[in-house]
Design a protein around this ligand. Sequence first.
Ligand SMILES: CC(C)(COP(=O)(O)OP(=O)(O)OC[C@H]1O[C@@H](n2cnc3c(N)ncnc32)[C@H](O)[C@@H]1OP(=O)(O)O)[C@@H](O)C(=O)NCCC(=O)NCCS
Length: 185
Amino acid sequence: MKTLAKQLFPRLQRSRLWRAIGRCYVLPRLSIVRALDDPQARWRQVYGDFDRRRAGAAGLEAARRLEAAWIAVWGRRALGGMLLAVFEHGLFLSTMRVRPGFRGWGVGRALAAHAVAEGRRLHRDVWLVVRPENTPAISAYEAVGFLVQEPPTPVDRPEHDAYRWSMRASRPARPSAPLSASRPR
Ligand SMILES: CC(C)(COP(=O)(O)OP(=O)(O)OC[C@H]1O[C@@H](n2cnc3c(N)ncnc32)[C@H](O)[C@@H]1OP(=O)(O)O)[C@@H](O)C(=O)NCCC(=O)NCCS
């Protein structure tokens, strides 16, 4: 019985019905908050592996990652999250996760949209790297305006080769200087 449920659940998550549940019941009550601003520390449900109590360099690294973490919360639950760190070329989105039972509801897309909104607010490009076979992630990123970039890009790493794509959501162009008032003819 458990095995059957395990096989059927991913199919359900790709169905229109599941998507509609997300649209009607989940997304309207979903908020995206900074992990460390959440008094209920719901980040533990998503990033419980970032244990801040670890000693030494590992603890510092975990604290640094949590500083950059945003979580998507729905009621008492955190459904997913992402890290959004400032770097020299803009913002870098990484470690996007949606908890397996809550996938397909649009949470990934909502997080990606929030990253783009942060990029606009701070007037920065948003970059990420993704494996080309990760179609759920790529769909979510493309839906909110990320485009695959031709290498070389500032987020390429030698170990990525063809296994990772770089994607970017460009910041909007700065408003152009106001036109000089034209004289009425
Ligand atoms: C990638 C991920 C964050 C997407 O989260 P999500 O909340 O399910 O995404 P959304 O509901 O916004 O759906 C995004 C797309 O994925 C598709 N999708 C969702 N669940 C799926 C599944 N189980 N199988 C295949 N596609 C699926 C959706 O149909 C949607 O595509 P569409 O807009 O073209 O219909 C999530 O699958 C995840 O956590 N994966 C593991 C970690 C990971 O790969 N992170 C990305 C690193 S770059």
